[in-house]
Ligand binder design. Structure first.
Ligand code: SF4
Length: 213
């Protein structure tokens, strides 16, 4: 592993040793539904609506038979709620009918479900099946670019491929959570906490925006 990456990992282990998924769930399908709901919104907002959703529809079968309008009412405080309500009811139907009420583990099966893209599939594979994966959300993309692990021009898929190539497989799940937490709590999109950050000397953002070099 190169020194650059080693420095990042040592710092992440120091400030975020226990980074993990912040979505609250009990059953496997609840995690999948929560990740679908988390697109373009925060985990905090998702965690505010899922207890009521899962209490009212306490099984995949119940959720697959839910009225979309009722689901919309329960999740209306999160972004894109109309589409998400349709997707989670439809996904539940498919899980019941095609997968015997289980969550599939293959990338292809997951991505075939309504509302599930690369990011959601990677989160589910890592969290439920412990399969080394890097899910690239807005935090991971921003931090990877600032820290020189990806290029500014890279799209999320290119960032994913680059991170998967350089991060050892046995570190990928933890590193992914650490990147998310680093972006969420330290390296904000606007006004990141640079003064206290020990990665300043390798950070392109710091050099360009703070030092103006
Ligand atoms: S120096 Fe600032 S922008 Fe760079 S990684 Fe640290 S917090 Fe983020």
């Amino acid at each position: 592993m190169d020194k650059h990456l080693q420095k990042i990992q040592i710092y992440f282990d120091k400030i975020l040793p226990n980074a993990k998924c912040e979505l609250i769930y009990c059953q496997d399908y609840e995690l999948l539904i929560a990740v679908i709901l988390s697109a373009q919104t925060t985990d905090k907002k998702v965690n505010a609506v899922t207890p009521r959703l899962f209490q009212k529809y306490p099984s995949l079968t119940a959720l697959s038979n839910a009225s979309i309008v009722d689901v919309e009412n329960i999740i209306h405080s999160i972004g894109l709620y109309r589409n998400k309500a349709k997707n989670i009811v439809e996904t539940s139907k498919i899980l019941v009918q095609k997968y015997h009420s289980t969550v599939p583990s293959t990338f292809e099966d997951l991505c075939s479900l309504p509302g599930v893209g690369r990011k959601t599939a990677n989160v589910v594979r890592a969290e439920l099946f412990h399969i080394p994966s890097i899910a690239v959300d807005t935090h991971v993309e921003r931090c990877a670019k600032r820290l020189g692990l990806a290029s500014k021009e890279d799209n999320p898929y290119q960032v994913e491929l680059k991170l998967e190539q350089i991060i050892p497989q046995n570190r990928q799940i933890l590193f992914h959570h650490q990147m998310i937490h680093f972006g969420r709590y330290y390296c904000f999109s606007r006004s990141p906490h640079c003064e206290k950050c020990e990665l300043k000397e390798i950070c392109t953002y710091y050099k360009e925006k703070v030092l103006n070099v």
